[in-house]
Design a protein. Structure first.
Length: 257
């Protein structure tokens, strides 16, 4: 199995399990990941996802260039633009996703990171979009997402040169929420997971929906945006439970409705 998928206590953990290939993504792995995102979307009980790679060397080295898909670059680009099935450009996933970056995040690996909501990285992690070095371009969202998440010239410089950027430098650009030693990576991720689980699940989904759908809108248009997730959160039992729990000085009992 190229991907390990486990659900426990409202948390899904998705691990790309090809350490011998630096967790590079071949067609079978890509297909499995897309099916997993579909399943997570269809499972409201999942309140948080942790995405990572096996081992300590790589989160993912991107596309497995040893595999020949038979598609031309244009055909591959068209297939992506028709489905948006991967994590980087998927529009329909409202569950928060934490990237646990345990090593190299290159090409499609970095593009998966760009599709996550929170990024926790080991201090040994490095990031790059090296597609131009092999006559390709960052089609899985890299060209359009990176320049929106970090300064434009830094993003373009990375893509034109393929240079690797250390985790601490990417944190300074604002892409990473926390950088910790490898030995502390799991504990740091677990703290973020716990904080998400302590929040009302419908509130978290509403926040992600608005954050994802409104960046290009004016402030007033974004404020007026009524996503189904926002309306569900505002009308939920949990909206009352949170206030009652605060007044009673106890932990809220979230029902997700």
């Amino acid at each position: 199995m190229s991907v390990i998928f486990d659900i426990q206590d409202h948390v899904a953990r998705v691990t790309i399990d090809r350490p011998e290939r630096m967790n590079a993504i071949d067609s079978a792995t890509h297909k499995r990941l897309c099916a997993i995102w579909d399943e997570i979307e269809a499972t409201p009980d999942i309140r948080c996802v942790v995405l990572t790679g096996a081992g300590e060397k790589a989160f993912s080295a991107g596309a497995d260039l040893k595999e020949d898909s038979g598609k031309s670059g244009v055909e591959y680009w068209q297939s992506i633009s028709e489905t948006y099935a991967g994590i980087s450009l998927r529009r329909s996933l409202k569950t928060p996703v934490i990237a646990r970056v345990n090593g190299l995040a290159l090409g499609g690996g970095l593009e998966m990171v760009l599709g996550c909501d929170i990024v926790i990285a080991a201090d040994t992690a490095r990031f790059a979009l090296p597609e131009a070095k092999v006559g390709r371009v960052p089609l899985d969202g890299g060209m359009v997402l990176l320049q929106r998440l970090i300064p434009r010239n830094i993003a373009v410089g990375m893509m034109m040169t393929g240079r690797m950027v250390p985790a601490k430098e990417m944190a300074r650009y604002g892409l990473i929420n926390a950088v910790v030693p490898m030995a502390e990576l799991n504990a740091e991720v677990d703290r973020w997971v716990a904080d998400i689980l302590a929040s009302a699940p419908l509130s978290v989904r509403a926040i992600k929906a608005i954050a994802r759908e409104t960046p290009e809108m004016s402030v007033h248009d974004a404020f007026a945006r009524q996503t189904p997730e926002l309306i569900a959160a505002l009308n939920s039992d949990d909206a009352n439970e949170g206030v009652v729990a605060f007044r009673e000085k106890r932990a809220p009992l979230w029902k997700g409705r």
